[in-house]
Design a protein. Sequence first.
Length: 196
Amino acid sequence: MRMLKGVRYTAVVLIAVVLALVGRFALLQPETSPPSPGGPFTLVDGQGKAVTDQDFRGRWMLVYFGYTYCPDVCPTGLQTISQALRLLPSAKAEKVQPLFISVDPQRDTPEAVGAYVQAFDPSMIGLTGTEEQVAAAAKAYRVYYRKAPESGRAADDYLVDHSAMTWLMGPDGRYVTWFAHGLSAEEMAAGLARLL
Ligand code: NI
């Protein structure tokens, strides 16, 4: 009887130790995994007003990085975002703030990005900033961009290579998912409809 009690006691202690270790491991997990894309940014909108990621808390953000001189990739990407939002029921579309962040602050003035995005979607916000502000935002979102100065004839005539995915961030500003460039508006809308 006493031995049985001892075995039972040992079993309870063992289970407690295992649970404590599992709990500790589970708690440590988020810190050991790599950080998700996204994070704080401070940029400038089409009216020249300072805008931060905090301004969009409570709304979903669709974030696309590009530049207004982009010959075809950005126009396609922004058209897809705009069409996808129009395919969604308006109650869902209204929860989403599409953002276009310039990776070409040298040519993309606040006025230029503001006017550019209006041509695609009146609800879209165009953002630019200083070289440092743009670089920090791109780094946070793991977006690659590189000016190709050899591509044009004049100093201000160049292409910019850049990542062209669309990031979906939740109302708390955290990363939810991303949409690859080349996805159709229908596919993006279906993905958004499931998540929103
Ligand atoms: Ni582009």
